[in-house]
Design a protein around this ligand. Sequence first.
Ligand code: PLP
Length: 300
Amino acid sequence: MQYQNVSQLFSLIQSSPVQKLSTPNAESQGISLAVKRDDLLHPVISGNKWRKLKYLLLSIEAKGFRKVATMGGAYSNFIHALSYVCHLLGWQCDLYIRAHSGQPLTPTLSDCKQWGANIYSMDRKGFRALRERAPELAEDMFWISEGGMHEKSILGLKEIMMELNRQYDYLVIATATGTSVAGLVEGAAIYQPDAKMIGISVLNNAEQQRQDVAKLSPQAKNDWSILEGYEFGGFAKNNSELKLFIAEFYQQHKISLEAVYSGKSFYAVMDLIGKGFFAKNSRILLIHCGGLQGSRELIR
Ligand SMILES: Cc1ncc(COP(=O)(O)O)c(C=O)c1O
């Protein structure tokens, strides 16, 4: 089905449920643990992808653009969701991808191609240069920064806080660029004034993320932090312990995780509970940020 405009797409996605989790470690400390199931928002545009795209696309449309371009890795959840949304809207989508030109398409890129995106392969050097400077684009094409980092993206993340119907002491999410944390911090100031926001860094650049959160959310009222120590070697790296955790977690709770984002943040929370990091009798909300498509061939 083709959608005439961005606001028509809004009807595709409703708010996500909150699911309680019980674990012996949490219970013995009186901790209540719940998951905001943003992975269930939509089969393709799941998790923070929809949250990031919603108001960003509206503002792009309002400026009169119907063509967008962005950059990302060959498994990127953002390029996947963006290509799909452009397909639904009939917009042109150009993707600058870090990959060798002869390399077979990843499942992520095959989907993007099937949805009509144009794929341009970039070598490491060229890709890095794009991070410094966007490519020369036609005047009618809008450039979106890698991963959808934009002041408009944080508006959709704020809405996660609006959907909660109880107060939490800790809000936890996986973090890579810090955009999600910045949006949640903004929303928490209004809807969760006493909650501490914790981002679990999934790559070795926590300091950069702290600076970016401070830039995107300069008036943050809530206490927030980016925790290190759960990167498992760096972005998209994992090990057998993390894979085992993900498999066992699924068996116990019937919630799918992947090894790039949610697996690391959920592992971190369970580990931190075991270490007595969280106050006794506190309420923790873990936000499942989706991204299950990206792990199709990484972990199985
Ligand atoms: C599934 C998933 N979770 C978490 C993140 C990290 O979000 P952010 O870049 O806003 O910190 C990403 C990347 O954007 C992602 O794809």
